[in-house]
Design a protein around this ligand. Structure first.
Ligand SMILES: Cc1cc2nc3c(=O)[nH]c(=O)nc-3n(C[C@H](O)[C@H](O)[C@H](O)COP(=O)(O)OP(=O)(O)OC[C@H]3O[C@@H](n4cnc5c(N)ncnc54)[C@H](O)[C@@H]3O)c2cc1C
Length: 416
């Protein structure tokens, strides 16, 4: 079924009885040409592009819960291509181009909204750093505009410019940055993959990875053993645990990141804003809720919830920057499990086990990477070669010392 305005209209006229499920609910087969472990954004986009770009059809995505139950449905939906370092910048630039055609590609409304992202700076040093970043973005073919204090005030008059502890010096505007509806991205890729013949198997936890003579031969699951000579591990916060099933110890720590949403308000914040003097960022959802978040909880955990000290820290930063939000009621907060690498950059690579591939290390920024990550992981699994824009996301870069340290904070999980 193709979705269209006409279809919505005619279904509305006839009682909405003609809609069919967006994807099938197949039982697992005994064997597949390729298996993807993890039905989050990255797993689903990998399966979609394996089928679409490389013609594989006999593929399964194995998801332990329901599709989109992980971080893909827990993030704060920011999409941007404002990276600084070669290795990251071409990858996220590629991802942005895929985002820009995604709704047409998937025939699905992912509510991609390029409302502009503004990173505020609060000192001369920060201005220099953002000017450099902006130039790198422009060199990469992306967009960036350096705003002075008045330029920021024109766009965001409700910020505290006068009495604040960290005066706003200006901001780096990334006009093509913005947001997208996170679950819709999972649903769109799921529907697209299903239409290309991919089996999406929910409530199917992988409990073991079968390796014989250094080659992967299949997986054990809560719904039985499934054979495949190609397996991709795409499980975000659970990467360490699943890789351990194949005897690997990854350079990954799992940390909690929290997010918050307020009651619905009339449109008031029409950009994505990021505070430069504390980890705080905010946007407004199409439903009207103010969506905001901050830093990691700073201890390793597999719990999908956070603790009060970080709640206090985030609220404090929010009140410093945008005092007007103090009267909004917070409706919900939640946490997600972040797969943190030592340098804050991801991994898309082969593993020492033949036929076993890994896509992980998305830290707190993997939502915007969903299209390019699937594109590059599919390329790797289909051809055995790294895609050009993901060639630096190697698993062995930590051993070899070629880290991609975007924040310049050193090789420490909890600082990225
Ligand atoms: C609060 C918060 C805010 C964020 N904000 C942003 C943002 O604004 N912008 C941005 O770019 N990124 C953001 N992120 C990061 C982004 O959400 C993640 O990097 C990204 O979603 C991770 O990839 P994924 O979608 O594939 O993960 P997930 O959706 O977590 O997918 C992994 C899947 O693997 C499944 N799985 C795990 N183990 C097994 C197993 N043994 N067998 C079968 N299945 C298994 C899980 O159930 C899960 O569904 C944020 C994250 C959080 C938590």
């Amino acid at each position: 079924m193709r979705y269209s305005g006409f279809k919505v209209f005619t279904e509305g006229l006839f009682g909405n009885k003609g809609w069919t499920p967006a994807w099938r609910d197949p039982a697992p087969k005994a064997a597949y040409d390729a298996i993807i472990i993890g039905g989050g954004g990255h797993g689903l986009s990998t399966a979609y592009y394996l089928a679409k770009n490389h013609g594989l059809r006999n593929i399964a995505v194995l998801e332990k819960g329901y599709l989109g139950s992980g971080n893909i449905g827990r993030n704060t939906t920011i999409v941007r291509a404002n990276y600084f370092l070669p290795g990251n910048s071409e990858f996220y630039s590629h991802s942005m181009k895929l985002w820009e055609g995604l709704e047409g590609e998937l025939n699905y409304n992912v509510m991609h909204s390029q409302r502009g992202l503004i990173n505020l700076f609060h000192s001369d040093g920060q201005r220099d750093a953002f000017a450099r970043r902006g130039n790198m973005m422009i060199n990469q073919g992306d967009d960036a505009i350096l705003l002075d204090r008045e330029g920021v005030r024109d766009l965001l008059p409700y910020l505290d410019f006068e009495n604040t502890r960290f005066p706003i010096y200006g901001g780096l505007l990334h006009p093509r940055g913005g947001t997208a509806r996170h679950d819709a991205v999972a649903w769109g890729y799921a529907r697209g993959a299903d239409q290309l013949g991919v089996d999406l198997i929910q409530n199917c936890e992988v409990t073991g990875i079968d390796v014989e003579n250094g080659k992967v031969v299949g997986v054990q699951t809560t719904r039985g053993a499934i054979k495949s000579a190609k397996v991709g591990i795409v499980v975000a916060g659970r990467s360490g645990q699943v890789a351990a099933m194949a005897g690997m110890r990854l350079p990954i720590e799992s940390h909690i990141l929290q997010a918050f949403v307020t009651e619905g308000l009339k449109p008031v914040i029409d950009h994505v804003i990021s505070f430069g003097m504390g980890h705080f960022y905010i946007s407004q959802s199409d439903k009207g809720g103010l969506v905001f978040g901050g830093d990691l909880d700073f201890y390793a955990s597999y719990a999908s919830r956070g603790n009060l000290p970080m709640v206090e820290h985030v609220m404090e930063a929010g009140m410093t920057l945008v005092p007007m939000i103090g009267r909004a009621k917070v409706l919900r907060s939640w946490g997600g499990i972040m797969d943190m690498t030592p340098d804050g950059s991801p991994i898309i690579d082969k593993t020492p086990v033949d036929g076993l591939f890994i896509d992980c290390g998305w830290n707190y920024g993997g939502f915007k990477a969903v299209p390019a990550s699937g594109w590059c992981m599919a390329h790797l699994m289909a051809t055995g070669q790294s895609h050009d824009v993901a060639r630096r996301f190697r698993l062995d870069r930590f051993r070899a010392g070629q880290i991609l340290d975007e924040e310049g904070t050193g090789s420490q999980h909890n600082l990225h």
